[in-house]
Design a protein around this ligand. Structure first.
Ligand code: ADP
Ligand code: MG
Ligand code: MG
Length: 934
């Protein structure tokens, strides 16, 4: 018979069955594994057992408990009765349990948990006598009926909350603590009626029936709406299933010597090395998280219960060292005795993720590699996201647009329109494409879809460990909680602070970094990288990893064995400077056509285009030359010592000409008015533009094709590049120009154009009497060029994948049309897994790239290969570039830090197998030795 049930002290059996701790976590769930691990370490955990995820998956298939499960659960209950000396369902010394969900990956608040199982009309009297605390007994019983109704039978929580509010009002009570034992008893009867009315039968008095229904409800909550939404968002597989943990109840609501709390071993918002938590005296379970009463900070416990506090600090510090990560723990103190109920690695903000990783590496708790792997590219992205402009914030505070202040629960700047419930916030964001801010008194698990869809979240109640705060931090949504000055009127759909009123749909600005909320839209700025010292340290570690000469296996001579370098796409010197300050070590793409659009240059460009004769073109181009030279000069200077790839003119010429329709209108107006001034010139211009018309310009006369029919332009460009490079060299700047020919489809094109350009390069160097390194190469963006890469590499000294065009050409999609018309449907229907314009399609476009590199290096072993399409900033595409042997990726300057981290992740993930095993073996042996020596 299969083992479906494991007692908390049976961790060895689970390990034997699964073979690894990772698989124990899959079998018992993260919460379960934590409880087993703590039990083994001697941490006080209430006795209990776990029903496996395998059982859940069987149940989900058949709708029934698999054979043997219930008997094993009953046997485990008997053991727990022995361990605790209590009896389930017996009034004399009753055992109560909780039934808690827990999947492999923690999904806080996404699935069900039911507390106080085992209470019925008799047991409640027993507990009451035993504890001499009838108030506590009846409070617990009414909680069970309520939770049972809500979670097992999906009764709306309002069905219970309303009669409770009515009761309190009738009695003139303000808070729950005003309720006496008699009141809770009275409310228990009311709740029983509510239960019967909504469920159709009486609340079950059979405690085993309670247990059975609760287990089934937890199994079923795996497929609850909010759990499914959460897994979709987090990319967690829907097949894993949840385990069920049955845990002996311990009570934080037994009086003033009891309490319950949650804590993080480091600050989940800033990463500071300081315990951060909240607790409540005389309270149970979710009371702290729900933010129903205002909790006390954990430090206060030291004076209230010094012994329990010290034990708590010792245990949590041990847990952090054991798991080598920041822990998020739940605890309960029952009459002075501390019980640990959960430990897991804590969800944290991007800022905290970076600080904790760097600190722990510096403390020697983890390696630099582990630290680098702990931070995600998304974390880095979040840290470089816009923040509110400080001066604008100061001004706002003086000018009266300051609205309220709360707890800074999740950092970042959010500007959006206010909506007072999750459904509306989601609807407005998705259907109306609005930026929304979801505002609620507090949030519950059912609100998560609205939070995810919103730019920011604001609540008037709750603290830094409240549901809203935890969820917002996890998803990187800016969030302010507990802004208690705000009065929210959900019926009238407004919120107010004094005179200031915000109606639904109006704009506010929420600053999750400072906790401040402003009326209207506040301007934002991008944060500086230089000030984020921990992030800089981490990125330097990432670069060190990529620079190692043995992180990649070279299939043949000439392939890089170090990791990827990160270059940037930059057209102007100021972009190049930013790219450098963000850590780029080259320019992978400088587009020269922007340079033609400047107001004083465009007329010259148009003259040039309209000249019928080569001489006329050359004359115009000679006027452009000094401008271009200056552009390149600035770029080389900014990138002193680093390679700069300059792409020769790429777009079709009509892009530089006036708009045809507008010109036609002007001509018609002149004709109608009978004016002749300028009419003739306009008519000529119009017919010239008409003559240039192409029905599919993106596949028409552009790129190298244009250069071949009008070589004067690129000849001028190459002259400008080399003159600038020569001038810079003479000034002592190290230049490495690389000239890139776009849109090559056949090597014959290169054969035609490249020697002409190389002659100019040589001529300039001769004229100026200087020598410097340079390369001529091509973009690989047309399928045929990729397929015939071996030939192309005969001329090109480098390849740069233009993956935007390569994807368009390979799929035969025009990007703009596809994204507008059918890409979403294709993704929804599962025809495309991801948008191939965002993430490289490894199976098609990616294969072409792989082929092109392999073939290209057959001809030219030291062929330099990069990517300059937008994919160069996408982590999964970067990983692909690492795998197939790119030398570098090039992306927008803003994404350079993200790419540096992603490059290091790729290097660590794909370390050559054999070598690492050896290296690991060595490392662990020496470690063992030093451990012994100690
Ligand atoms: P979640 O996964 O949503 O955190 P939990 O299963 O951890 O749900 O339980 C919800 C709350 O109930 C937590 O505050 C937890 O500490 C508390 N709780 C769970 N089991 C017990 C128990 N046996 N005794 C006391 N409190 C419990
Ligand atoms: Mg929990
Ligand atoms: Mg292109």
């Amino acid at each position: 018979m299969k083992k479906w049930v494991y007692l908390f002290d049976e961790v060895a059996k689970a390990e034997k069955y699964t073979g690894s701790w990772e698989d124990v976590r899959a079998l018992l769930g993260g919460k379960g594994a934590g409880l087993f691990d703590m039990t083994r370490a001697g941490v006080p955990v209430p006795p209990g057992f776990t029903i496996t995820t395998e059982a859940c998956n069987e149940f989900r298939k058949t709708g029934k408990f698999p054979a043997g499960l219930w008997d094993q659960a009953l046997a485990a209950m008997k053991t727990v009765e022995k361990q605790t000396g209590k009896k389930f369902g017996k009034a004399k010394n009753p055992l109560l349990v909780s039934c808690r969900s827990g999947a492999k990956f923690s999904m806080p608040g996404m699935m069900n948990t039911i507390l106080n199982i085992g209470l019925n009309d008799e047991v409640v009297e027993g507990i009451s006598r035993l504890t001499n605390n009838p108030r506590f007994a009846w409070d617990s019983y009414r909680r069970l009926i309520e939770m049972f109704g809500e979670t097992v039978f999906n009764v709306d929580d309002e069905a219970f909350e309303e009669p409770m509010a009515d009761y309190k009002e009738k009695m003139g009570y303000k808070v729950d603590t005003d309720m006496t034992a008699e009141d809770w008893k009275e409310l228990t009867s009311i709740f029983k009626e509510v239960f019967k009315k909504h469920v159709g039968f009486d609340f079950p008095q059979d405690v085993y029936k309670q247990l059975e229904l609760a287990i089934k409800a937890v199994f079923e909550s795996w497929n609850g709406r909010r759990a499914v939404a959460y897994r979709n968002k987090e990319g967690i597989s829907h097949d894993l299933g949840t385990a069920v943990n049955i845990v002996t109840m311990v009570f934080g609501n037994m009086g003033e010597d009891s309490g319950t709390g949650v804590a993080f071993t480091r600050d989940p918002s800033t990463g500071e090395k300081k315990m951060m938590g909240d607790y409540l005296l005389n309270a149970q379970g979710e009371d702290v998280v729900a933010g129903i009463r205002n909790a006390d900070p954990i430090e206060k416990l030291e004076s209230q219960m010094p012994k329990a506090y010290k034990q708590f600090m010792d245990i949590t510090s041990k847990l952090e060292k054991h798991y080598k990560d920041m822990q998020d723990v739940e605890f309960t103190i029952e009459r002075g005795k501390l019980w640990m109920l959960q430990t897991r690695s804590g969800k944290r903000t991007a800022k905290s993720a970076v600080k904790v990783a760097v600190d722990m590496a510096n403390e020697g708790l983890i390696t630099k590699e582990q630290a680098v792997l702990r931070v995600t590219p998304d974390n880095v992205d979040a840290l470089l996201h816009p923040q509110f402009d400080e001066e604008a914030m100061r001004n706002a505070e003086n000018s009266g647009t300051f609205f309220a202040r709360g707890v800074n629960a999740s950092p970042g700047a959010a500007v959006g329109q206010v909506y007072f419930d999750a459904d509306t916030a989601e609807k407005m964001a998705k259907e109306e494409k609005q930026d929304t801010i979801m505002v609620r008194p507090f949030t519950k698990p059912d609100d998560v879809h609205g939070m995810i869809a919103s730019k920011g979240v604001l609540t008037s109640e709750g603290g830094a460990t409240s549901h809203a705060a935890v969820v917002a931090r996890q998803f990187g949504i800016p969030c302010v909680v507990g802004a208690s000055a705000i009065k929210i009127n959900l019926e009238k759909r407004v919120m107010m602070v004094g005179e200031a009123v915000v109606k639904e749909g109006e704009w506010i600005s929420v600053d999750g970094t400072t906790g401040k909320v402003f009326l209207g839209k506040m301007p934002t700025t991008s944060p500086s990288l230089e000030e984020q010292t921990e992030l800089l340290t981490l990125l330097n570690w990432a670069d060190e990893i990529c620079a190692r000469k043995d992180v990649r296996e070279a299939p043949a001579k000439g392939w890089p064995t170090r990791g990827l370098q990160v270059w940037a796409n930059a057209d102007y010197p100021k972009d190049a400077q930013r790219a450098r300050s963000y850590g780029a070590v080259g320019i992978g793409l400088c587009r020269t056509e922007h340079m033609f659009f400047e107001p004083e240059r465009l007329p010259i460009v148009q003259d040039m285009i309209l000249s019928e004769m080569s001489e006329g073109r050359t004359a115009a181009l000679n006027k452009l030359l000094p401008y271009q030279r200056k552009d390149f000069d600035g770029l080389f200077e900014a990138m002193d010592g680093y390679p700069v790839i300059i792409r020769l003119i790429d777009p079709p010429l009509h892009e530089f000409m006036p708009d045809e329709e507008k010109l036609l209108e002007e001509v018609i107006t002149l004709r109608v008015k009978g004016e002749s001034d300028g009419l003739k010139e306009k008519e000529e211009l119009l017919s010239a533009i008409k003559g240039m018309h192409e029905s599919n310009p993106m596949m028409g006369l552009r790129g190298v094709r244009l250069s071949i029919s009008m070589p004067e332009i690129v000849e001028m460009q190459v002259r400008a590049i080399f003159e600038a490079a020569a001038d810079c060299t003479l000034r002592g700047i190290i230049v490495k120009p690389e000239v890139m020919i776009p849109l090559t489809g056949t090597v014959k094109e290169l054969e035609w154009i490249q020697p002409r350009l190389e002659r100019i390069a040589a001529a300039v160097m001769d004229e100026k009497q200087v020598q410097f390194e340079y390369k001529f190469g091509t973009m690989i963006e047309i399928t045929r060029a990729a397929v015939t890469a071996a030939e192309v590499a005969g001329h090109a000294q480098f390849f740069s994948f233009g993956t935007n065009d390569l994807t368009q050409m390979t799929y035969g999609y025009s990007r703009d049309d596809a994204e507008r018309n059918f890409l979403i449907t294709y993704q929804e229907q599962g025809i495309l897994e991801t948008n191939p314009f965002q993430t490289i399609d490894r199976g098609g476009v990616g294969k072409l790239m792989d082929w092109a590199i392999t073939e290209g290096r057959k001809t030219r072993p030291n062929l330099e290969v990069g990517i300059c399409g937008e994919h160069g900033g996408d982590p999964s595409s970067i990983e692909w570039c690492h795998i197939i042997g790119n030398n570098y990726v090039s992306c927008s300057p803003f994404r350079v830090p993200i790419a540096r981290l992603a490059a290091a992740h790729s290097a660590l993930k794909h370390r050559p197998q054999k070598k690492t095993n050896k290296a690991n073996g060595r490392a662990s042996k020496t470690k063992q030795k030093t451990a012994k020596q100690k």
